[in-house]
Design a protein around this ligand. Sequence first.
Ligand code: MN
Length: 252
Amino acid sequence: MENNRRDFIKKTAALALGTIAATSAGNKALAATQFLEKEIIVPEGGKFSLPKLSYEYDALEPHIDKLTMEIHYSKHHQAYVTNLNKAFETLDAKTAATLSDLDDIFANVDKLPPAIRNNAGGHYNHTFFWRVMKPKAGGIPTGKLAEAISASFGSFDSFKKEFTDVALKRFGSGWAWLVVNKGKLSIGSTANQDNPLMKLDSVEIKGKPVIALDVWEHAYYLKNQNKRADYIFSFWNVVDWEAAGQIYEMAK
Ligand code: MN
């Protein structure tokens, strides 16, 4: 009885994160796809699509403003999807046939045109970012992720300090990440739309993302102008630690 209930809770949590879809995408070890719906990460009929946001544009107010969310999602993210699809069409049939999802793209990114690298990264990174935020969130992680953060960084506060520092120091446009790699947590940043799943020497942090923060100016300029530090401070109020914890459990 107790086991059945636990299984049900597990399955429900998995459904909420879209892991069922990932399972149906195939049996290989999926990294990018482990918590995203199949239609987002697999080009159905040759097309990637914009994922649905699970909250309204104004839901993260006052921390992240409505106009920024609207433009960021409906213009910026949409452009990455549109341009990824365009770039995908330019690939020869033999190459395209070897790329069945974002994981394949990230694993072979050094052999693909820059437009694929930039736009596949943009599509994945934003999808991930939307999923690790939610309204009335923030606070502190719990469970296994909380234990791992304390073990790796000393305390949650020192983790926050290190992540904030890395996000501040990323020169120009890019992303800050908390990743897990073979059970070990680490913090790092990537340039432009690169991410820790990409097999590239220039990507210094490797692993499966647990949380992500977009530090492109388009993510904060309307509200915070040049003050990236204020935006990072706001981000801590909308991090969905519950989702991050589930992602960590699947990824570690
Ligand atoms: Mn962005």
